[in-house]
Design a protein around this ligand. Structure first.
Ligand code: ACO
Ligand code: V55
Length: 274
């Protein structure tokens, strides 16, 4: 059984762990308790053999209204030690844990996705959004800036002009615009959002987990490397996955193509042995 939390709900189904921020009456605004629980939830999901893909979403029709202005900001303003502890907990799950998570992650967005919610939105590997979702970098309208890792994640994701425009104006934009500027992979009619998200998850599950993990981590790591560092890292990473892959995906795939002639990689994944 997946652990039970006050503000996080995990529903595991066919290899997918549907993970919901669960404070619907507050539009899934993130308070300290939610941050602590999401760290525990991700610890659990990364180790859970039944979980192949993690979907992060929000209960009650919204993704998240961002950091809780009452419990994360105002209540912690006068308590720097506790404020630091919760800020670390927030950045840890929203950014560090998700950024290098060992399994593929998908954000499924509906309703509101505001402010601090962009940190975990942009840390996931894929974003599926409802066409009619509402995104906003509202920080400027609160007299703050897009903190957590929002500003950094934003400039690493979209063109500089889009980052400046939406961060400085705070204007809401919909799912189609999120797709246009490169925040979302796909904008989908709300009624099909969950099915389409599940389909993407199923396609990811056909891949070799070791190859997928190495690919995702390499794509992220090479951004920060020089050419010569990347050249060396990619060669070593290739060797590392072959040595460590329990499925022996490389040998299995190459043999299905060259010996059995049973598949063509351009059109899909090879048949995994386990
Ligand atoms: N922090 C604390 N409480 C919140 C937040 C938030 N970020 N967002 C919503 N809530 C609370 C409301 O105060 C309200 O509480 P109450 O029922 O006790 O009065 C409840 O959630 C429902 O909110 P409403 O405003 O009534 O819901 P509505 O659907 O009309 O609007 C919306 C939703 C647009 C998201 C609105 O609540 C809003 O603008 N919230 C602030 C969003 C924001 O700017 N977040 C960024 C914060 S800064 C940061 O994250 C770094
Ligand atoms: C945000 C801002 C913060 C923070 C966490 O914009 C998230 C989101 C300004 O401080 O600590």
């Amino acid at each position: 059984m997946a652990p039970k939390f006050q503000h996080v709900e995990i529903v595991r189904e066919d290899g997918i762990a549907w993970t919901y921020l669960n404070r619907p009456e507050k539009r899934n605004a993130m308070n300290p308790q939610l941050h602590i629980e999401m760290n525990q939830a991700l610890d659990y999901l990364e180790a859970d053999d039944e979980t192949k893909v993690v979907v992060i979403s929000g209960a009650g029709g919204n993704f998240s209204a961002g950091q809780d202005l009452k419990e994360y900001f105002r209540a912690l303003d006068g308590d720097p030690a506790e404020g630091k502890r919760i800020w670390l907990a927030a950045n840890n799950w929203q950014w560090n844990r998700l950024y290098m998570f060992n399994k593929p992650t998908i954000a499924m967005v509906h309703g509101y996705c505001v402010g601090g919610a962009f940190t975990h939105l942009l840390a996931t590997d894929f974003v599926m959004t409802a066409e009619d979702a509402t995104f906003s970098l509202s920080e400027v309208n609160w007299g703050i800036l897009p903190g957590g890792m929002v500003s950094k994640a934003l400039v690493d994701t979209v063109l500089h002009r889009h980052a400046l425009y939406y961060a400085c104006l705070g204007d809401p934009f919909d799912g189609k615009e999120a797709q246009r500027i490169g925040i979302a992979n796909f904008a989908i009619p709300a009624s099909d959002l969950k099915d389409e998200t599940a389909k993407l998850a199923m396609r990811l599950m056909e891949k070799s987990p070791a190859a997928l993990r190495a690919t995702k981590q390499a794509i992220r790591q090479v951004r920060q490397m020089s050419m010569s560092q990347a050249e060396d890292y990619l060669q070593e990473k290739k060797n590392a996955i072959r040595a460590k892959d329990p499925d022996h995906s490389y040998e299995s795939g190459i043999s299905q193509f060259l010996d059995d002639k049973s598949y063509k990689p351009v059109y899909g994944a090879f048949k995994r042995q386990n």
